[in-house]
Design a protein around this ligand. Sequence first.
Ligand code: ZN
Length: 256
Amino acid sequence: MKIKKVKKTKATLTNIAPKVISGGFYDLSDEEIEELRDTVGVKYPEKNKYGEKLFDANGNIPLTKEEKDSILPLLEQKFEEVLDILRISRNDPNSTHTPARIARMFVNELFAGRYQKPPITTVFPNRKNIDELIISKGIEVMSVCSHHWQTISGKCAIGYIPGKHILGLSKLSRIVEWFSRRGQIQEELGEQIADYIEDLIHPRALGVVIKAKHYCMISRGVKGSETDSLMITSVMRGLILEDFNLRNEFLKLIEN
Ligand SMILES: [Zn+2]
């Protein structure tokens, strides 16, 4: 007897979307909906309707000023629609120019790092063969979480033992800023910063520690209190990962 092959239908956006829209998922929490979508293996388009390549929220494709400016009216129009749907009257003088304001804020500030070229980083030769930790701490982290588009605000500390090159210290904050001004999750932000520095100067040891408040937790009142909640992530590479004493020294030096 021949076994009949069951034809598998590929999960696509079109065959899952109606379920979502018809309200079948409405009882579930955001997280549960996300999980469900993940398990179905939905494939989303790689390009937008203008034929432009889409990329991760914390990715980067540099745009010219003209290209960035051309995004603004399109975005403004969409945010007008958002206000409409939320039934916010633009006769309210505080809301009249809100769509344009939000559009500029995302393109030029909150997501600026998605569209900017990498910062110019000055690399110097390690002439004195420095073999100790070089640390910069208190670097401002102002970012937006990819999941809810709410503020992530905190500080970053970076420490490294140089190889052949050292970095201009002020440049570290530029690097952190460039990666922060995107839709982020803190875990990946730390990794991106570490990867970038590693490629740039190939240090013998590298540590990136971020301590930040996540307003998607605080403002939604899920778990966090504004004063006490803090997320801490650390990335350790090279000698600092292998050498327990070195890691302790680094962690001690970056304490407040
Ligand atoms: Zn979030």
